[in-house]
Design a protein. Structure first.
Length: 228
């Protein structure tokens, strides 16, 4: 099984205005920015060892993924209607401890956290950001996981860290046009149009359907078609 690229652009919606200064955010940010890198966050975000798995989403047969998905990632869980075995956060926690880099699981947890306006939904063992940290710690070569982490951080108003993670995602998955598009959006938002243009040209040359990045560049007078 191959990695699934992000099929949607990053929504640059900041919650900075209603965010509160939470101790867990400072602790996790300090761990991730420290000299020890991702490994420093392990004590706070938990060890990766698990009773079932952990499995790499990209290479694990569906027969193994289905053991978890069929019972903990039902349509009701994905739609945030109700949990399958208890609380929605508990089902997503079970899924993401078994398959830390499960892309739809990470996105669903992010949506749940945003819906409830809480950094740690009921039933989850860790704050939401920890599940993204665990994903990239588990498989640091998974460009999609880094891109999803960036998407979460942009939603939290942490643009600088998010951009760094998108750059890493693009270096790991240079052929993923969705990641190229999202990085182009990030550069354009930062008014770094020279960096955004070649990424936009790459995405649109590959048939990427969303017009937002091209419009941003056109409005800034920076859009040109890719050389033939």
């Amino acid at each position: 099984m191959t990695s699934q690229p992000m099929q949607q652009p990053i929504e640059f919606v900041s919650r900075r205005g209603r965010a509160r200064n939470r101790p867990w955010q400072s602790l996790l940010a300090a761990a991730l920015l420290g000299a020890s890198g991702l490994a420093a966050a392990a004590p706070y975000c938990g060890e990766l060892k698990n009773g079932y798995g952990p499995f790499d989403f990209r290479s694990t047969p569906q027969s193994k993924l289905g053991v978890v998905e069929d019972f903990h990632f039902t349509e009701d869980v994905q739609a945030l209607r109700r949990g399958a075995t208890g609380q929605i956060g508990g089902d997503l926690d079970y899924l993401l401890r078994a398959v830390p880099n499960h892309p739809r699981g990470l996105l669903t947890l992010m949506r749940l956290s945003q819906k409830l306006r809480t950094p740690q939904p009921p039933g989850a063992h860790f704050p939401t950001e920890c599940y993204f940290e665990r994903a990239v710690r588990f498989q640091p070569d998974d460009g999609a996981a880094w891109a999803l982490y960036a998407q979460y951080l942009y939603g939290e108003g942490k643009d600088k860290r998010a951009l760094e993670m998108l750059e890493r995602a693009a270096s790991l998955a240079p052929d993923d046009v969705a990641i190229s598009y999202n990085l182009g959006l990030a550069y354009a938002r930062a008014k770094n149009y020279d960096a955004a243009l070649p990424l936009a040209q790459k995405a649109y040359s590959a048939g990427f359907p969303l017009p937002g990045l091209k419009k941003m560049l056109s409005d800034a007078g920076k859009w040109t078609e890719a050389p033939q």
